[in-house]
Design a protein around this ligand. Structure first.
Ligand code: SF4
Ligand code: SF4
Length: 146
């Protein structure tokens, strides 16, 4: 087999594994949150990704109440979380996800990143192993093919 065929076959096999994992995750969450998650992982909606993340963040339990009353004041998703009485107008951009991913990977987002941190953040987030994270498709520093 030539190299390109090997790569194609490997990509197909990875796709099949991911498809199976997505299916399992969907089966493990309450039906009402499946649509948002599916939209989130389609890569078409940062807003759906944030909503889906918030639902998952509170364990899909009493979601409207828990997310509305979220007690994490500095979470980058907080202004965009669903179920608020006065939701923020517009849609969240990828910069919100960038902030979130940086925090998720343990980087301080209060000031500018040092060059070495920026390089490390790029590698860590690009190679994030959590393909089932609702915001994975919107994370920064991706390779074109991700
Ligand atoms: S705003 Fe942040 S901390 Fe609050 S529910 Fe959403 S993801 Fe979780
Ligand atoms: S995509 Fe990866 S780095 Fe970003 S929030 Fe999800 S798990 Fe964290």
């Amino acid at each position: 087999m030539i190299a390109s065929e090997v790569a194609r076959s490997q990509a197909k096999s990875e796709e099949r594994v991911l498809h199976e994992r997505v299916k399992q995750k969907l089966e493990g969450m309450p039906p009402r949150y499946r649509g948002k998650f599916t939209k989130a992982i389609s890569g078409r909606s940062v807003k759906a990704a944030v909503h889906s993340y918030c639902a998952e963040c509170v364990g899909w339990e009493d979601v409207a109440h828990e997310v509305r009353n979220c007690t994490v004041p500095d979470c980058p998703f907080r202004p965009w979380r669903p179920y608020q009485q006065h939701p923020k107008k517009g849609t969240p951009g990828r910069s919100v996800v960038r902030q979130f991913c940086l925090r998720c990977m343990g980087f301080d987002t209060d000031g500018a990143l040092s060059l070495s941190d920026a390089r490390r953040a790029g590698e860590d987030i690009r190679d994030c192993p959590s393909a089932l994270c609702p915001v994975y498709r919107y994370r920064p520093f991706q390779r074109r093919s991700s």
